[in-house]
Design a protein around this ligand. Structure first.
Ligand SMILES: N[C@@H](CCC(=O)N[C@@H](CS)C(=O)NCC(=O)O)C(=O)O
Length: 196
C-alpha cells in the first residue's frame, strides 16, 4: 500500500495515524513541495494535493474518504469511530478540516511569495482558524485522549501542524492538555511532523 503524502502534511497524518493503529504497513511516497503546479507529482490527483492512497487496483483521494475505505476494507468493526454518525464528532471534524484548509491557504500564499497580511481574504482565513480553535476549546470534552480514535488522530494532526508553522498563538488550555496526553502515545509520536 502506498500513501502519497509529505511527512509534514496534516491531512495525510490523520490517515497515517489510522494506518498505524490498524497495523497496516504502507510506504510513504513523499511528493516534496505540495505547492508545486505539476500533476505528475500527485499521482493523478486533479486537485494537486495529498494524501492519495494506492492500494493494489484502488486509487483514492480525500483523507476522510480514504480513512472510511481503510476501515471498511480492513477492519471488522469500527474501533476508531471513523464511520461515526455522531453529530458532535462530525461537527468537530468539520471544524478541524476547515482550520487545516485555511492554514494550507495561508502557508501556500506565503510560499508563493504573497504577503497574506493585507488581504481581507486571508484575514478571514486567519479569523476562521482562531474561531475554529475557540470552538474546539469550548467543545474539548468531546475528545477522548486516553482512548484515541480518528477524531483524536485528526486533532493531533491539526495541532502539531499549527505548532510547527506558528501562524497563530495557541492559548487554549483544554486543547493544550489534550495534545500533551495524546502525544504520550507511541503510535502518535511515530508520525510526528519533522521540524526540518
Ligand atoms: N480535502 C483534502 C485536503 C488535502 C490538502 O489540502 N492537502 C494539502 C497538504 S496537507 C495539500 O496538498 N495542499 C496543496 C494545495 O492545496 O495546493 C483532504 O482531506 O485530503
Amino acid at each position: 500500500m502506498k500513501l502519497i503524502a509529505t511527512p509534514r502534511s496534516h491531512f495525510s497524518r490523520k490517515v497515517r495515524l489510522l494506518l498505524d493503529h490498524l497495523d497496516l504497513p504502507y510506504e510513504l511516497v513523499d511528493v516534496g513541495d505540495v505547492s508545486t503546479n505539476n500533476l505528475d507529482y500527485f499521482h493523478g490527483n486533479p486537485a494537486m494535493g495529498v494524501p492519495v492512497l494506492e492500494d493494489g487496483a484502488v486509487w483514492m483521494i480525500e483523507s476522510d474518504h480514504i480513512a472510511g475505505y481503510l476501515v471498511r476494507t480492513y477492519e471488522s468493526g469500527d474501533r476508531y469511530a471513523v464511520l461515526t454518525e455522531n453529530i458532535n464528532l462530525l461537527n468537530a471534524r468539520a471544524v478541524m478540516n476547515n482550520i487545516m484548509g485555511n492554514e494550507v491557504k495561508l502557508i501556500l500564499a506565503k510560499r508563493g511569495g504573497l504577503d497574506p497580511n493585507p488581504h481581507a481574504y486571508f484575514q478571514k482565513a486567519m479569523s476562521a482558524i482562531k474561531q475554529g480553535l475557540a470552538w474546539l476549546e469550548t467543545h474539548s470534552g468531546l475528545f477522548c485522549p486516553l482512548d484515541p480514535g480518528y477524531t483524536e488522530f485528526h486533532f493531533i494532526s491539526m495541532w502539531d501542524h499549527l505548532e510547527l508553522y506558528g501562524l497563530v498563538e495557541l492559548p487554549y488550555p483544554g486543547l493544550q492538555e489534550l495534545a500533551i496526553v495524546l502525544s504520550q502515545h507511541q503510535k502518535v509520536q511515530k508520525s510526528r511532523p519533522p521540524r526540518d
